[in-house]
Design a protein around this ligand. Structure first.
Ligand code: NAP
Ligand code: MG
Length: 484
C-alpha cells in the first residue's frame, strides 16, 4: 500500500480513479496538508459491492469460531497499535489525544464484545401446536451491508457497525467520511492483517454524493446502516425505501440537560460544560440546551460560564481540554450560529470568538460559547450546531422544563439533574429521547447498552450497540419441520 492508496477492494489496495481530489488537513494547522489522494469512482464503488457479494456465501458459511477468532485478533492488533492509531485520529479529526486514546481503546473493546455475536446471535425453538412438527427460528446474515459513517467518532462508529456485521456473517462495503479516511484505512489494514479474507470488508473513500450514492443504489446491497446528519439520513432512507431492505439511520441531536432546584448545582455545571464543550461540541449527544429552573438560574449560569472560561483550547496533539472544529465548513457553521443567536436577541455571556487571539488562518478554533435569554422558538434552540455553543433557557417548573426539552424535532439524548427520584421517574417517562441520563452528561454511552434516538434523530428501526445489535444484521426465518 502506498500513501495515496485508500481504496481496499477485494483484498487489494488501490488508488482512486475518479476526478475527485481529496486533501486531508490537520484542523489545528490546515495550511499544511497531511496527504492528498484521488477519491474512488462510481465504478470502483460498484467493484467493491461486487467483491462483497462474491465473498458473501463463503463468509456466511464460516463457523462462529473462525469469525470470532478474526475479531479477537483485530482487537489485539488495535491494542498493540494503540498510540499510533490515536495519533492518526487526532491529526485528521483534531480531538484531544486523550479522547482519541479512549476512542481507540473502545474500538478494541467493541471488537471483543461483538465477536461474541458469532456464537450468540441465536434463533429459538418454540412449542409447536403440532406434535409431528418441530418449530424453530434460525438467523441468517443479510448478505452485503453498506456502512456509511461520519467523522466525529471515526473509529468507534464504523467499528460498532462493522464488527456486528462481520461477526454475524455479513460482508461489508464501508464508506467513511471524507474528513477522516486515514483512521478508516488504518482500521481496515488491521482487519486485513488479522486475516480477514479478501472481499469481506471493502473500503471506498470518496464523496457521499457519488461513491455513497453508487453503493446505496446498487441492487446487490442487502442492508444499510448510516450515522450522520438528519438531512443526509433522510435522503438515504428515501433512496433505499423502494427496495425494502433493512435500513438504520442514526442522526442529529439537540440534546437538553434539565436542572431542577433540588439538584447538585456544581455537578450539574460540570456535566453541562463536559457535555457542551467536550469534543468541541462535535458529539451527536452533545449538550446544546441547558434548561434551568429559574430559582437556580443565576447560580448555575455563573458556574457554567466559569467552567467555559477555564477550558484550555489548543491543538489536539497537545491534549488540551478542547481541540479545534474538524473542518473549514464546521468552523464556518460555528461562527454563523453565533451570529444567528446574537441576531435573534440571545445574550452572549462568554466566548464567541477565536481563543488566545488566534487569527482566522491559524486553525479552526472557537471559544466555548454560552448564550442566555434563549427561548425555544429561536433557531439556536432548535437547530443542531455541532460546535461548542450552549444555550441556556429558563423555565419555572418541571412541566415547562419537559415541554421545552421536547420542543425540538430531535430526540437523541436527554439529561435531568435532580435529587428527587419521583422527578427522575417522571422525566424518564415523559422525555422524547432514546438515551436518558439522570444526574449524568448527555454524552457518553456504555457498549452493552442499546444506543439510538427517537423522532428526527433516528429511523427507530433497531438500536445500535447492546447485546441485541445483531438483530439488525440478521434475518430470522421461521422453520416448521415435519418428519417425513
Ligand atoms: P453527514 O454530512 O451526514 O455525512 C455522514 C456520511 O454520509 C459521510 O460519510 C458522508 O460522506 C455520507 N454522505 C453524504 N451525502 C451522502 C449521500 N447523498 N449518499 C450517501 N452518503 C452520503 O454527517 P457528518 O458531517 O459526517 O457528521 C456529523 C453529523 O452526524 C451530525 O449531524 C451528528 O449529529 C451526526 N451523528 C449522529 C450520531 C448518532 O449516532 N445519532 C453519531 C455521530 C454523529 P462525505 O461527507 O464523505 O461526502
Ligand atoms: Mg481534516
Amino acid at each position: 500500500m502506498t500513501d495515496t492508496q485508500f481504496q481496499y477492494i477485494d483484498g487489494e489496495w488501490r488508488d482512486g480513479d475518479s476526478d475527485d481530489e481529496l486533501t486531508i488537513r490537520d484542523p489545528a494547522a490546515p495550511d499544511d496538508p497531511i496527504v492528498s489522494f484521488t477519491g474512488a469512482s462510481r465504478g470502483q464503488a460498484a467493484d467493491a459491492v461486487a467483491a462483497a457479494e462474491a465473498a458473501s456465501g463463503t463468509w456466511a458459511a464460516t463457523t462462529p469460531d473462525e469469525r470470532d477468532a478474526v475479531m479477537y485478533a483485530v482487537a489485539d492488533r488495535i491494542d498493540d497499535h494503540h498510540a499510533e492509531l490515536a495519533e492518526t485520529l487526532t491529526r485528521e479529526e483534531g480531538k484531544p489525544l486523550s479522547s482519541s486514546r479512549a476512542e481507540v481503546g473502545r474500538a478494541a473493546e467493541l471488537f471483543r464484545f461483538f465477536a461474541s455475536f458469532a456464537r450468540t446471535a441465536a434463533g429459538e425453538t418454540l412449542p409447536s401446536s403440532d406434535p409431528e412438527t418441530v418449530t424453530y427460528t434460525v438467523r441468517e446474515p443479510l448478505g452485503v451491508v453498506a456502512l456509511v459513517t461520519p467523522w466525529n467518532f471515526p473509529i468507534a462508529t464504523p467499528t460498532w457497525k462493522l464488527a456486528a456485521a462481520v461477526a454475524t456473517g455479513n460482508t461489508v462495503v464501508f464508506k467513511p467520511s471524507s474528513e477522516t479516511p486515514m483512521i478508516a484505512r488504518a482500521l481496515v489494514e488491521h482487519l486485513e492483517a488479522a486475516g480477514l479474507p479478501a472481499g469481506v470488508v471493502n473500503l471506498v473513500v470518496g464523496s457521499g454524493s457519488t461513491v455513497g450514492d453508487e453503493i446505496l443504489t446498487d441492487d446487490r446491497i442487502d442492508g444499510v446502516s448510516f450515522t450522520g446528519s438528519t438531512d443526509v439520513g433522510r435522503h438515504i432512507a428515501e433512496t433505499v425505501a423502494g427496495r425494502g431492505i433493512p435500513t438504520q439511520t442514526e442522526m442529529g441531536g439537540k440534546n437538553p440537560q434539565v436542572v431542577l432546584p433540588d439538584a447538585d448545582i456544581q455537578k450539574a455545571a460540570d456535566a453541562a460544560a463536559a457535555g457542551a464543550f467536550g469534543l468541541t461540541g462535535q458529539a451527536c449527544t452533545a449538550t446544546s440546551r441547558l434548561i434551568v429552573h429559574e430559582e437556580v438560574l443565576a447560580e448555575l449560569t455563573d458556574a457554567v460560564v466559569a467552567r467555559a472560561e477555564d477550558m484550555q483550547t489548543g491543538p489536539g496533539m497537545d491534549d488540551p481540554d478542547m481541540g479545534p472544529a474538524v473542518s473549514a465548513a464546521q468552523d464556518e457553521t460555528n461562527f454563523r450560529y453565533i451570529e444567528v443567536a446574537e441576531d435573534e436577541g440571545a445574550t452572549r455571556l462568554t466566548g464567541g470568538g477565536r481563543p488566545d487571539g488566534r487569527g482566522d488562518d491559524a486553525g479552526y478554533f472557537v471559544e466555548p460559547t454560552v448564550f442566555t435569554d434563549v427561548t425555544s422558538d429561536m433557531r439556536i434552540a432548535q437547530e443542531e450546531v455541532f460546535g461548542p455553543v450552549l444555550s441556556i433557557l429558563s423555565v419555572s417548573n418541571f412541566e415547562e422544563a419537559v415541554r421545552v426539552a421536547n420542543d425540538v424535532e430531535y430526540g437523541l439524548s436527554a439529561s435531568l439533574f435532580t435529587s428527587d427520584m419521583a422527578s427522575a421517574r417522571r422525566f424518564t417517562d415523559e422525555i422524547d429521547a432514546g438515551v436518558v441520563k439522570i444526574n449524568g452528561t448527555t454524552t457518553g454511552s456504555q457498549i452493552q447498552m442499546p444506543f439510538g434516538g427517537m423522532k428526527a434523530s433516528s429511523s427507530e428501526t433497531q438500536k445500535e450497540l447492546g447485546h441485541r445489535a445483531y438483530e439488525f444484521y440478521t434475518h430470522k426465518k421461521a422453520v416448521y419441520r415435519t418428519d417425513p
